[in-house]
Design a protein around this ligand. Sequence first.
Ligand SMILES: [Zn+2]
Length: 91
Amino acid sequence: MAKKTNKHHIIPRSREDEILNPHTDQNIIILDRDIHEAYHRVFRNMTPQETLKEWLKMNITVISSQTRSDIIETISTERVLFYSSKVIKKL
Ligand SMILES: [Zn+2]
């Protein structure tokens, strides 16, 4: 019987760049396979910061203006401040 879970890289491995390091233990979680597949159907290989932006677009009509402002501020944060130092490459 096939396993029902598999590993998800929160920051996709394909999105590694000069700032983000997806090859850390903190970047990997175990997800139910069906949920994992559905997640990538919606958010493809977006980074968490991009995912939050997409999530806001999907939910904009029910979000309060204060929450919208808070999320927009968060989305606009520099990546080195948005992410944990555990996934930021040493500069
Ligand atoms: Zn994944």
